[in-house]
Design a protein around this ligand. Structure first.
Ligand code: GSH
Length: 210
């Protein structure tokens, strides 16, 4: 069984969407980041950066002791390796998916997160920060839009962990973007949304927010 240390945020949903797409059994262990539960010693033993998501797999490939993993990108790669799903086995395909996964981890995720923060959560409205991050999100949406031209999914005709990583992070309203400027992204969002496993994964933990 895989235990997902989780709160319903875009980084958390990457993992539930991947698990649903891969058809793996899992259970949710809530980490209420609004209440500081990410600083509990038992969670820090799994995730030393005090951030969720993290997973513990009691049944790792090859057997042996349970494996604990933090960082959503590392978790997605692990799940892809474990199942052989959403991550090509051949070196060219795997490298391409890894590139776009890292693009999300190092670019889209952090920049969109800062955009959301400065536009909606910061106690002070700082025009320089709002413009800087909104413009950077706009640039990244443009990169994704260009990449998706002529492709169903980020790395071709099949969904991969690169799509799963990016999808929960596209939130035009929260990030000051207009999807009409990015028609390829808009069409891809519809394709992703229409997948039952993606819809189930995105819904996980909604009750925790109430
Ligand atoms: N690079 C990390 C980022 C994870 C992350 O930022 N998680 C946030 C919620 S989306 C969190 O746990 N925040 C708690 C905190 O800031 O203390 C990953 O992709 O797993």
């Amino acid at each position: 069984m895989i235990t997902v240390h989780f709160w319903p945020t875009p980084n958390g949903k990457k993992i539930t969407v991947a698990l649903e797409e891969m058809g793996l059994e899992y259970k949710i262990e809530p980490v209420n980041i609004g209440k500081g539960e990410q600083f509990r010693p038992e969670f820090l033993a799994i995730s030393p950066n005090n951030r969720m998501p993290a997973i513990v797999d009691d049944d790792p490939p090859g057997g042996g002791a349970p494996i604990a993993i933090f960082e959503s990108g590392a978790i997605l790669l692990y799940l892809g390796d474990k199942t052989g799903k959403l991550l090509p086995r051949d070196i060219r395909g795997r490298t391409e998916v890894t590139e776009w996964l890292m693009w999300q981890m190092g670019g889209l995720g952090p920049m969109a997160g800062q955009t959301h923060h400065f536009r909606s959560s910061a106690p002070e409205k700082i025009p320089y920060a709002i413009d800087r991050y909104t413009n950077e999100s706009h640039r990244l949406y443009g990169v994704l839009n260009k990449r998706l031209a002529g492709r169903q999914f980020v790395c071709g005709s099949e969904i991969s962990i690169a799509d799963v990583a990016a999808y929960p992070w596209i939130n035009p309203e929260g990030q000051g973007q207009n999807l009409a400027d990015f028609p390829e992204v808009a069409a891809w969002m519809e394709r992703m949304k229409a997948r039952p496993a993606v819809a189930r994964g995105m819904e996980v933990g909604s009750e925790l927010r109430r």
